[in-house]
Design a protein around this ligand. Structure first.
Ligand SMILES: NC(=O)c1ccc[n+]([C@@H]2O[C@H](COP(=O)([O-])OP(=O)(O)OC[C@H]3O[C@@H](n4cnc5c(N)ncnc54)[C@H](OP(=O)(O)O)[C@@H]3O)[C@@H](O)[C@H]2O)c1
Length: 334
């Protein structure tokens, strides 16, 4: 069997490492992609197994990595939309093989052609953060033109995409950043910019329709203060709650746990007629095509912080783990 280089988690204690493994076999509905680049997301730091439904692998060994861009080199029997040689990108499904590898076998439903005005390397900065921002703003918050939204951590991978998508919709956007990133988020279109080192957003913003919380911690509960009655908070980094556990069909232990840990915020939200939801993004090829169009129309541009080579993947992960990257950290595989 032909081999490839991949960054593999072998068990919960050992550090993942670069090793030779079999090139994955494709199923009828999958394509095999020769990976050009992969981008790093905070979820890639988690190589300990998680419960089914949390979208993270459930048995060892597994290849890390979720985002990829590359060239199709083989097609499953049922794949009609793509051809060998197509340049594509995507965020894999939990059941697909990982993207920190020379090849990835991926469900053809979750991929899309890369934007024509982008290199393969840069394109890998888009899928996971772009889809997360899109789903939060439009599927979860139902953001409308003219509404006021607060998106924290505006210089992060998700935050920077969300600011641009909200502006393309015609919303009024407030965000938090460090002083060095003020000009950057201004260029992305943010209307109100708060230096989070100096000021507390919850003392400044008032009467907002929506909050997209991409940072979590104390920001999540504080964000209730800035919303109108019937406002909405959607978090990707705050406390999961019981509806999330039900939606993901998590077991009873998780349901009870999430109910207990989210009680303070749920009670505060209810008392102010605010809705509070945690969600996990879903891979989605159709929505990724919409992002491709926005990028080709120059309404959306991913921010790229640094590009590492595959040999330096551990350095790339360590750099990203510090959490002060501006946009995406990319690993060039080919
Ligand atoms: N639930 C889901 O489906 C889902 C999907 C994607 C991501 N996530 C989660 O969402 C979070 C964000 O992901 P990401 O990929 O956007 O992360 P990221 O790119 O690593 O975010 C880093 C950015 O956060 C900024 N930041 C750090 N502390 C801040 C603070 N107190 N206030 C404002 N900005 C701050 C940093 O700016 P400075 O350098 O200026 O501090 C940096 O630019 C992570 O926790 C991730 O796990 C969840």
């Amino acid at each position: 069997m032909a081999k490839m280089r991949a960054f593999v988690a072998t068990d919960s204690k050992a550090k993942p490492e670069l090793m030779k493994v079999d090139i994955p076999q494709i199923k009828d509905y999958e394509v095999l992609v020769e990976v050009a680049a992969a981008s790093i997301n905070p979820v890639d730091q988690m190589y300990r197994l998680m419960q089914k439904g949390m979208q993270i692998k459930t048995s060892y060994p597994f290849i890390l990595g979720n985002d990829f861009s590359g060239t199709i080199v083989a097609l499953g029997k049922m794949v009609k939309k793509y051809q060998i040689g197509d340049k594509v990108y995507g965020r894999i499904k939990g059941t697909d093989s990982g993207t920190f590898a020379e090849y990835v076998a991926v469900d053809s439903q979750v991929i899309a052609p890369i934007p024509q005005n982008m290199s393969l390397t840069d394109a890998t900065a888009v899928p996971l953060v772009g889809l997360t921002a899109y789903q939060a703003l439009f599927d979860r918050l139902d953001l409308q033109k003219g509404q006021k939204i607060f998106i924290n951590a505006g210089s992060g991978g998700v935050g920077s995409m969300a600011i641009q998508l909200a502006k393309a919709k015609g919303a009024y956007v407030a965000t938090t950043v460090s002083p060095r990133n003020i000009d950057l988020v201004k260029r992305l279109g943010a209307d109100e910019i708060i230096d989070y080192h100096q000021e507390d957003f919850s003392e400044i913003l008032k009467d907002y329709d929506a909050v997209f919380d991409t940072h979590g911690q104390k920001d999540t509960i504080k964000s209730l203060k800035i919303l109108k009655s019937h406002g909405k908070v959607v978090t990707i980094a705050g406390m999961p709650e019981i509806d999330f556990a039900r939606e993901r069909k998590l077991n009873l232990v998780r349901r009870v746990l999430f109910k207990i840990v989210s009680r303070p915020i749920i009670e505060q939200a209810k008392s102010k007629d605010i809705s509070y939801r945690f969600f996990l993004m879903e891979p989605d090829g159709q929505q990724l095509r919409k992002l491709t169009t926005l990028i080709e129309n120059k309404q959306l541009e991913p921010l790229i912080d640094r590009i590492f080579t595959f040999d330096k993947i551990e350095e790339a992960l360590a750099y990203s783990k510090k959490g002060h990257n501006v946009g995406k950290v990319i690993v060039k595989i080919k």
